[in-house]
Ligand binder design. Structure first.
Ligand SMILES: Nc1ncnc2c1ncn2[C@@H]1O[C@H](COP(=O)(O)OP(=O)(O)OP(=O)(O)O)[C@@H](O)[C@H]1O
Length: 260
């Protein structure tokens, strides 16, 4: 008899539904989402406004509880994963502390964990180098561009060495040029860190450029309508955005929206 090794997924989402109760009505934000994410994968949650992307990300992070269904992380609960500091989270707005210099923003979670000054210093140096901000470590956040601030937020999320990086539309407030540059930088960071990334976006090109797989969500209620494998080679380069394969993927994903 041949035994096939089946790897435990890093994140297993099983029959997750979520409804919010408002003053006047019940909103069914997610319905029966079932999908696995493997260790080291880069996946995007893609869909129009209101389809439940943020809700699903927050459920994965154990920030809110689903109405039904479950999320398992490396075989344990999402709560255990949160308490074990397995998640780094980056939000749409960088949420930096303006009175702390860049380096001090990055070391904040390490201070809260009570790590020694030496460890904090060493990790900050590595992360500043990783996100290309070594020269700006003594600046305040308000002295940086929006893209640089978001790089500080990424470095801070990575400071606790999370297994899973959850990113909620981190570049959507940036201009198109900065956004494309940061897409490439994020992939370069990810290739060095190698953790699992779940990335929320409205942008079809952004999801394709970054991901191994794109989870297309459709609205009212939010359902997983399609999973698109992105078989573009890595490392991904800017020129790939103009390739026939890239355009074909854009068209495939657009069609999957039209079909819902
Ligand atoms: N706290 C809440 N109370 C009531 N309804 C909510 C709450 N949070 C989200 N919703 C509703 O649930 C649905 C999904 O919202 P969610 O923010 O998850 O979508 P999204 O795809 O992330 O949207 P966007 O891209 O605009 O951020 C929407 O109809 C939204 O109005």
């Amino acid at each position: 008899m041949t035994l096939t090794k089946i790897d435990t997924p890093e994140i297993a989402i099983d029959q997750v539904s979520m409804s919010y109760q408002t003053d006047t009505a019940k909103v069914l934000a997610l319905k029966d989402i079932t999908v696995d994410i493997q260790k080291g994968e880069f996946v995007s949650l893609l869909g129009p406004s209101g389809c439940g992307k943020t809700t699903l990300l927050r459920i994965m992070a154990d920030l809110i509880q689903p109405t039904s269904g479950s999320v398992t992380v490396s075989g344990g609960t999402a709560k255990e994963a949160r308490l074990a500091r397995k998640y780094g989270i980056v939000f749409q707005s960088p949420v930096l502390y303006d009175w702390r210099k860049v380096k001090k923003n990055i070391t904040l979670p390490l201070e809260m964990m009570g790590l020694s000054k030496e460890v904090q210093e060493k990790r900050a140096t590595t992360l500043l180098d990783l996100v290309g901000l070594s020269k700006f470590k003594e600046k305040y956040p308000w002295q940086l561009s929006g893209g640089m601030q978001q790089r500080v937020a990424i470095a801070r999320a990575l400071a606790i060495e999370p297994e899973i990086l959850l990113m909620d539309e981190p570049f959507s407030a940036l201009d198109e040029f900065s956004r494309e540059r940061l897409n490439e930088e994020l992939l370069s960071i990810w290739s060095k860190v190698g953790n699992t990334v779940v990335f929320v976006t409205h942008s079809i090109p952004e999801a394709i450029f970054l991901s191994d797989r794109v989870f297309v969500l459709s609205p009212h209620p939010g359902r997983l309508s399609k999973i698109v494998e992105i078989d573009l080679p890595r490392p991904r380069r800017e020129e790939m955005r103009n390739s026939p394969e890239f355009y074909q993927l854009i068209s495939d994903i657009r069609n999957s929206f039209e079909g819902v």
